[in-house]
Design a protein around this ligand. Structure first.
Ligand SMILES: [Zn+2]
Length: 215
């Protein structure tokens, strides 16, 4: 396991991106990232295909213990004006968000957490809000609230990157070794829909090979 910090200049600002490497696998490691546009762009620039974000969360479900790690399966985006696409005014059409987070990363996270001594939950709907001093309408059926996770999830998909937030309840020790284990369990070649998320747009001839020209 090896961690480096890469300084990347992007159209969205310069960012210090943490990159975790385990054997041949590499992933960007975010923590409550305030500039997801720059982070996702930087990850793509560095040739990474996977982004994992540790997200500080507040439990909305009283059954969640105060020290758990949650692998969310769904997202309710209650943020306003964050800029949820790289493709402003491009008219590429709508990218499906039925599986808003990468299923391959979710599976690896679930298995690694299950085998660890940490208390974890394999599902949960994450409500992303601009400030946590809000009440979340129960009709959203969200178990967790956080300020991060969106728009990173959509931005990653637009650049065909895999993205997963890990919801942290309460303080935690450094989870990097756990994430390294998770990375080691992943296949070298991605078989998830994220890897070809823009295929339909590509086939319609709307985008070319150079992803930078997509924006
Ligand atoms: Zn994926």
């Amino acid at each position: 396991m090896n961690i480096t910090t890469e300084t990347c200049a992007t159209p969205f600002g310069t960012i210090e991106l943490r990159v975790l490497a385990v054997d041949e696998q590499r992933a960007a490691l975010l923590r409550d990232e305030a500039n997801p546009h720059a982070a996702i762009y930087a990850a793509k620039s560095l040739g990474l295909s996977r982004v994992i974000e540790l997200v500080s969360t507040i439990a909305l479900d009283r059954l969640l213990p105060p020290d758990a790690v949650v692998v969310p399966h769904d997202l309710v985006d209650l943020t306003v004006g964050r800029g949820s696409t790289f493709f402003v005014g491009k008219g590429y059409g709508f990218l499906g968000q039925q599986q808003v987070f990468c299923p391959e990363l979710r599976r690896a996270a679930q298995q690694t957490l299950e085998a660890s001594p940490l208390r974890s939950f394999a599902r949960g709907t994450l409500a992303v809000v601009d400030e946590t001093q809000v009440t979340i309408d129960s009709r959203w059926n969200a178990q967790l609230m956080a300020q991060h996770g969106a728009p990173a999830a959509y931005l990653a998909k637009e650049l065909e990157l895999c993205y997963l937030p890990l919801g942290l309840l309460g303080p935690h020790d450094d989870l990097t070794p756990l994430i390294a284990e998770m990375l080691a369990a992943l296949p070298a070649d991605r078989a998830c829909p994220c890897a070809t998320a823009m295929q339909f747009t590509r086939e319609r001839g709307l985008i070319g090979d150079d992803w930078r020209s997509w924006l």
